[in-house]
Design a protein around this ligand. Structure first.
Ligand code: HBI
Length: 366
């Protein structure tokens, strides 16, 4: 099929601002190309595709970033900046829609979902977060009631946040496992990776590392500077090793040296890419039993789970994870989350959407 993938209007691909949706985009574009589809990717100016995605046609748009949903209040109205990227993406996508069998939207935004019943070329939405605002919850519920087949989610925990007419389509996620090298010998070092912002709960990982007397390496974009400084001040100097945001190649080389990765989501984490990335390097994960990570961590097999927000339980989970077989972590990721397996799940979904056999016809004009 000829597929148009519309990226997130928050930052350019490759900058790290787009969070997990970047990894997802690269995995599904590369995987669908491998399966013989023709891909075009619509993204913000400055975006760069990795070599494995180079056969995709890259369309760039300049414009003002869409304000990020997870840093707005739950009752925020939909706000589209003047000269916004989002309307420019969709002006271009609608203008060229006839060239494609299906449009795959990766943006967690109101406009593309609202457009769905009114556009000839079917638009499919891979929802990348749990519930973060009423405007999004509302438009997903409204459009899913008519076109349930147009929505896919990463995990059951994430999908459970939304009002859907039937069981959700779950596609998990996908990773280019050739990028991640298995590391059998760790250092006495704990790890944490993610956007450095309150919803990711770094302060809990810092407290547990300090309590265990082990250093904590921290990777990620310092999205909330004041928050990062508060966490730094909350533990003895030297506990945290701030490693910054690294491209995957370098991140995995450092991540692999950790004895355990701590994952401490305060929100309903839709998937938890870093959990799978760590395991791909052989690093067991101690995570809160919350959101996507609770479906990824198989206690005793690839890590341990702790009651959410319970520091004692998290420390105990770290101790258990320290004893987990590192090769078993790598094997588990290869079985479920390869780029190839993910692209096949996406292909099955998009072919059903393109054939249009499953969605009821929208009601006539009111
Ligand atoms: N906010 N408005 C908006 N649009 C997005 O696509 C978006 C976002 N916030 C975060 C985000 N995407 C990604 O970091 C997550 O989907 C992973």
């Amino acid at each position: 099929m000829r597929i148009l993938v519309v990226s997130t209007p928050v930052g350019s691909l490759g900058s790290g601002q787009g969070g997990g949706v970047e990894l997802t985009a690269f995995a599904l574009v590369a995987g669908l190309l491998q399966r013989g589809h023709q891909l075009s990717v619509l993204a913000a100016e400055g975006s760069v595709l990795p070599p494995r995605c180079r056969q995709a046609e890259l369309w760039l748009e300049a414009g003002v970033d869409q304000p990020s949903w997870q840093h707005r209040s739950r009752c925020s109205a939909v706000e589209i900046p003047a000269s916004g990227l989002l309307p420019r993406f969709w002006r271009r996508a609608l203008h060229r829609q006839a060239d494609f069998a299906v449009i795959l939207n990766l943006a967690y935004d109101w406009l593309p979902i609202w457009l769905t019943p009114h556009v000839a070329t079917p638009i499919a939405h891979l929802i990348s977060m749990g519930s973060v605002g009423e405007a999004m919850d509302g438009v997903i519920a409204e459009v899913a009631a008519l076109h349930p087949d147009r929505f896919a989610f990463h995990t059951a925990a994430q999908a459970a946040d939304f009002q859907l007419p039937g069981p959700p389509r779950l596609v998990g996620n996908g990773f280019d496992l050739g990028t991640y090298r298995f590391e059998p010998q760790p250092e006495p070092l704990l790890g944490w990776a993610g956007r450095i912002a309150p919803e990711k709960g770094l302060e809990d990982a810092a407290a547990v590392a300090a309590g265990l007397g082990l250093p904590l390496a921290v990777w990620g974009v310092r999205q909330d500077e004041a928050y990062a400084e508060r966490v730094e001040a909350s533990v003895p100097a030297g506990t945290l090793q701030w490693r910054g945001f690294l491209p995957t190649e370098r991140l995995q080389a450092e991540l692999g040296r950790c004895a355990v990765l701590l994952n401490t989501p305060k929100w309903n984490e839709a998937f938890g890419n870093v959990v799978v990335e760590a395991m791909a390097c052989g690093v067991p994960v101690a995570a809160y039993a919350r959101g996507g990570p609770a479906e990824l961590v198989q206690p005793g097999v690839n890590g341990a789970l702790a009651r959410p927000d319970d520091l004692e339980a998290l420390a105990e989970a770290v101790r258990v994870a320290l004893g987990v077989d590192r090769a078993a972590c790598r094997r588990w990721v290869e079985r479920h989350w390869s780029q190839e397996a993910f692209a096949e799940r996406i292909e099955v979904w998009l072919e059903a959407v393109a054939s249009g056999i499953t969605s009821p016809q929208p009601p006539g004009p009111a």
